[in-house]
Design a protein around this ligand. Sequence first.
Ligand code: KG4
Ligand code: ZN
Length: 326
Amino acid sequence: MILSIESSCDDSAIAITDIKTKRLLFHKKISQELEHSVYGGVVPELAARLHAEALPRILEECEPYFKDLKAVAVTSTPGLAVTLVEGVTMAKAIAVALDIPLIGVNHLVGHIYSLFIEKETQFPLTTLLVSGGHTQVMEVKSLEEIETVAKSMDDSFGESFDKVAKMMGLGYPGGPLIQELAKDGDRKKHNFTIPLSQSPLIAFSYSGLKNAVRLAIEKADSKADYRDIAASFEHIATAHLTQKLKKYFKNVKPESFAIVGGASANLYLRGKIEELLEPHGANLLLSELKYCSDNAAMIGRVGVEMYEKKIFTPLWELNSSPKSNL
Ligand code: KG4
Ligand code: ZN
């Protein structure tokens, strides 16, 4: 079995995965949403302190599995420097105590493998990752052949939902709150400009849209106004993704397409991507809703692949690194 740890942002999670069957035997996550909600976003120092409390508490529950552990996998990049180190330090301690190898996992690869928890992998795959930290399209051929073909130049898709929710005083995380508010709003009420629509670049940008929404919020004076702003924002934020993907599909025909990451839970986005894929006859892969957001099960699933390939990192070489090479 492999024990895996995730602490890249505001979720403390540990999982146990069976190496042979890839079955998830244990998974527990303690989220910090409530604690960060009052600040309208994640406060890194607070997050680190909460991980230091939560991770040992979850680890205690894993004790019955200790004797069967063959490796420990941990998210080592990308993420918040001060929170990554909490998981990495714990993983090192476990590796020393049990004399087992250490596996450093890229969190973005983890999101891709969230599609395959308790399942075999299915590649090649064009993948859209939409989370709080990233918005990028990756061509995935295998564990070791992942190429990023488009990414955001500034804010991410999920982050823009968080910021709009913060400006409306709704709380954190903004994604589910904006989705709920947008449900009954008029998506055509505010004619926000689709970012980079005149640019031939296949890249994303959310900072301009965020500012346009800020101006609309400043003029709003009723709950109904907020609903329409949320609906129009969700519509344009999604149209930006589909417009760029449509352009990308002119050159690269998708066979299988996946949406992963916390914001892949967005139902409006799911619907629009389904519409986009229909004429291409490409199938859409999605993670189970509970594994869209950060979790340790996806890290364990990558851990299994890396264990089979004997991709281990010596204790003194495993560093936590805020920036990913993907
Ligand atoms: O993958 P994740 O849990 O953490 C990162 O790796 O960043 O993603 C969290 C992000 C947050 O920005 C959150 O607001 C967004 O995913 N999110 C959503 C939805 N649910 C979560 N964004 C839009 N619509 C949603 N339904
Ligand atoms: Zn994530």
